[in-house]
Design a binder for this molecule. Structure first.
Ligand SMILES: Cc1ncc(COP(=O)(O)O)c(C=O)c1O
Length: 396
């Protein structure tokens, strides 16, 4: 087909498999973190997931439209007054996160002292076992956390504690350590909680990051939850993002130029490859070429994206046939999370196409990885060309 623009190859079956796994194996409530990739909400919903972690009015409107009747929890700890008001009165949202007294006051005021709030205090916990540290921005700890919990308890119908131990956790201990922090806080404050939300962080798999099986993460959470000072009716929630959708898309890009071991491709950090830039993620990559390779040896490459900015650089290394050249295509895999949503229009390189394909992902935590390399996709559905960053079903 030789597409001129980057093409997202979607593997919706991977979302279904991941959703079934979480719903079948996590002994509590599973929320999907919508920010990761709202495109797959229909598939998640069809697989039975009916509870969404939303962070903005845009996401709330999207879930309202795509999954009517599903429960939404507004887990962003700093919200605009308008979004709190509309969430409560217009969309029926009762679950709100907060990490300071000012946000608690805001929620109380904007909901008119509502008597039916489920309030989650977001704790700050170590992110040392994660590949993407999220600890700097949100969360409260120590004595101020104990004080906030007591104050929140007085106005909440149900009191929750939530945390995020960082994205792409490589060790189940991350949850054990965070849950220990929660236990200590519950003991020191004497507060009774109704819900523990262990957040996201469940990993996907990348060439240089092979985490333990997801079951190890869930087992650790379950074991530690049983030891916590909470009542038998305390609910356990989790909010996976990456682990539910990462395997569900790959991006086919074209090589426009080769300079030594650097390839200039037609998508980059301002497009769908943000995480390959500064965070330095190494995604699985495989060539798609018309001619049979003349030289089967492999070499390490770095990638430049199409914009003028030299920050549009993806160090990798990405291992490819050493004779890769202009005109070849690359399939960059496991890009279902934090890619489609992060695209910008910078420099006019915003066009992508979406197709659904039958092939599985390049790497899988769920045992569904494609067995052989690919020399072509079996396209089952083509979606219209997207000329800007607005995805189908998304509100702007
Ligand atoms: C509140 C919250 N929950 C869940 C997630 C999803 O995290 P992950 O993709 O690591 O599972 C995020 C991601 O930033 C988040 O901020």
């Amino acid at each position: 087909m030789r597409p001129e623009h980057p093409v997202y190859c979607l593997h919706p079956r991977a979302v279904t498999v991941a959703t079934n796994w979480f719903l079948g194996n996590f002994p509590g409530t599973v929320l999907f973190a919508v920010k990761t990739n709202p495109y797959f909400v229909d598939t998640l919903s069809a697989a039975g997931l009916q509870h969404f972690d939303v962070a903005s009015l845009g996401e709330i409107e999207l879930i309202h439209a795509k999954a009517p009747g599903a429960r939404m929890s507004f887990m962003h700890p700093v919200k605009s007054r308008l979004s709190i008001r509309r969430a409560y009165f217009e969309f029926g949202i009762r679950d709100f996160a907060l990490d300071c007294e000012a946000e608690l006051d805001k929620i109380i005021q904007e909901t008119g002292n509502a008597p039916d709030l489920n309030l989650f205090v977001r704790l700050s916990v170590s992110n040392r076992h994660s590949c993407l540290d999220l600890s700097g921005k949100f969360g409260i700890a120590g004595k101020p956390a104990a004080k906030l919990l007591l104050k929140t308890r007085q106005v909440a119908t149900r009191l929750g504690i939530c945390f995020h131990a960082g994205s792409q956790l490589m060790r189940p201990e991350a949850y054990a350590e965070a849950m220990e922090v929660v236990s200590k806080l519950i003991r020191s404050s004497g507060v009774i909680i109704d819900i523990l939300d262990v957040g996201g962080g469940f990993p996907s798999i990348y060439p240089d990051m092979t985490p333990p099986p997801l079951a190890d993460f869930v087992n650790t959470i379950v074991t530690r939850f049983e030891e916590m000072p909470v009542s038998e009716t305390c609910e356990l929630w989790c909010e996976p993002g990456r682990a539910l959708v990462a395997e569900a898309a790959s991006l086919v890009v074209k090589v426009e130029m080769r300079k030594n071991n650097t390839l200039y491709i037609n998508d980059g950090t301002y497009g769908g490859l943000f995480d390959a830039g500064h965070p330095g993620f190494i995604f699985p990559v495989t060539p798609i070429r018309q001619q049979t390779a003349t030289n089967s040896s492999l070499a390490k490459f770095s990638l430049y994206g199409p914009t003028c900015d030299s920050l549009d650089f993806m160090p990798g290394p990405f291992v490819l046939p050493s004779d890769i050249c202009e005109g070849d295509y690359l399939e960059i895999g496991n890009l279902g999370a934090y890619s489609m949503q992060l695209r910008t229009e910078f420099n006019g390189f915003d066009r992508t196409e979406l197709v659904s394909v039958e092939e599985g992902p390049l790497l899988s935590m769920y045992g569904i990885a494609r067995q052989n390399g690919t020399d072509g996709f079996h396209v089952v559905e083509e979606t219209a060309l997207h000329e800007n960053t607005t995805l189908e079903g998304e509100t702007t």
